[in-house]
Ligand binder design. Structure first.
Ligand code: ADP
Length: 282
C-alpha cells in the first residue's frame, strides 16, 4: 500500500500503538497475506433482536472484499461495526472482537473518531456537504488541523477518485451541482483525502445509473491498489466483477461462507450459498 501514514498502527486515546499481529497463507500457500481486519465471535444486537451471530472473518489488506446476501441479513451492520458507526445507534450492542491491524477497536482505550480517520466510509446515497467541491474534499483535513498544502491534497484526492479532470475548472462551485455519479466520486475523494487505510462502502453504486455505476466499479478496483476496500452490495454480478474475496451473509445474520470470489461464484461449499447465488432464494 502506498500510503504516507504509517500502516499497522491505530491511534488510541492514550496514544498506544498496536502492531500488526496476524498473517495467513494465501490459498496457493506461497505468499503470506496481511490481515487488515479480523472479526472474532462478533455478535450484534438491536435491543433484544440479534442482527449478527458469532461472525469470524479475516479481511486481507489491499484487496476488495464484497459483503453480499439478502436484505436484512446484517451486511450494513457488519460494515458499521468496523469503524464503530453502530456506536451512534442507541439500541445497538456489540459483543466479541473486531481487530484492526491487531488491535480490538472495541477496547476501552480506542477513540472512535481517531479510528474513523483510519477507516473512511462512503454511503449509498451521495451526500456531499452544501459547500464547494474544494471544501468538501478538504473537510476531513481541516477538521484534523492538517491545513498545510490543502489545495495539492485536494487535487490528489480528486485525481485518485477519478474526478479531477471533470471538475478542475470548477473547484469553487458547489458539490451539489454535480451529477449523482460525480457526487459519489466527490464523496470518495472526501473519504480518501485524509489518507485512511480502509475504505468502507455501503452499496456505493445502487443509487446511480449504469454508466456512473461502471465508473464507480472501475474506481473501486483502482482504489484497492492503495486501500483495503470492504463493499456491501446487493448486486451479485457487481460483487463478482469487483471483488477479490466475497462474504455471503444469509438470513438471521449468519456468515455462511467467506472465500475467494471466484470460488464463491463457481464452486461454493454450502448448498444454501449456491441456492442464493443461483437465485433460488433471496
Ligand atoms: P442488510 O445490510 O443486510 O440489509 P442490516 O444490517 O441493515 O442488513 O440489518 C440487519 C438487521 O438489523 C435487520 O433485521 C434490520 O431490521 C436490523 N436493523 C438494522 N439497523 C437497525 C437499527 N438502526 N435499529 C434497529 N434494527 C436495525
Amino acid at each position: 500500500m502506498g500510503l504516507d501514514a504509517p500502516t499497522g498502527s491505530l491511534q488510541t486515546t492514550d496514544e498506544t500503538v498496536a502492531e500488526p499481529e496476524s498473517t495467513t497463507e494465501t490459498r496457493a500457500g506461497t505468499e503470506p497475506e496481511s490481515i487488515a481486519l479480523e472479526a472474532r465471535d462478533l455478535d450484534v444486537y438491536y435491543g433484544d433482536d440479534q442482527a449478527l451471530q458469532s461472525i469470524d472473518m479475516e479481511i486481507p489488506e489491499g484487496e476488495v472484499t464484497a459483503l453480499i446476501g439478502p436484505s436484512g441479513c446484517g451486511k450494513s451492520t457488519f460494515l458499521r461495526c468496523i469503524n464503530r458507526m453502530n456506536d451512534l445507534i442507541d439500541i445497538a450492542r456489540v459483543d466479541g472482537d473486531l481487530h484492526f491491524n491487531g488491535k480490538n477497536v472495541y477496547d476501552d482505550d480506542v477513540d472512535p473518531v481517531a479510528l474513523r480517520r483510519k477507516i473512511g466510509m462512503v454511503f449509498q446515497k451521495p451526500n456531499p456537504f452544501p459547500k464547494s467541491i474544494r471544501d468538501n474534499v478538504a473537510f476531513g483535513l481541516r477538521v484534523q488541523g492538517r491545513d498545510e498544502n490543502v489545495d495539492a491534497k485536494v487535487e490528489q484526492a480528486l485525481e485518485r477518485a477519478a474526478l479531477l479532470e471533470e471538475v478542475e475548472d470548477q473547484l469553487d462551485s458547489s458539490g451539489l451541482d454535480l451529477s449523482g455519479g460525480q457526487q459519489q466520486r466527490l464523496c470518495i475523494a472526501r473519504a480518501i483525502a485524509p489518507d485512511p487505510e480502509v475504505l468502507l462502502m455501503d452499496e456505493p453504486a445502487s443509487a446511480l445509473d449504469p454508466i456512473a455505476t461502471a465508473k464507480i466499479e472501475e474506481l473501486i478496483e483502482e482504489l484497492s491498489e492503495e486501500y483495503t476496500v470492504v463493499v456491501v452490495t446487493h448486486n451479485m454480478q457487481q460483487a463478482a466483477r469487483i471483488s477479490d474475496k466475497t462474504a455471503v451473509f444469509l438470513t438471521g445474520g449468519e456468515l455462511v461462507e467467506f472465500d475467494d470470489t471466484e470460488k464463491i461464484f463457481e464452486n461454493p461449499e454450502h448448498d444454501r450459498v449456491e441456492d442464493y447465488i443461483t437465485g433460488k432464494f433471496g
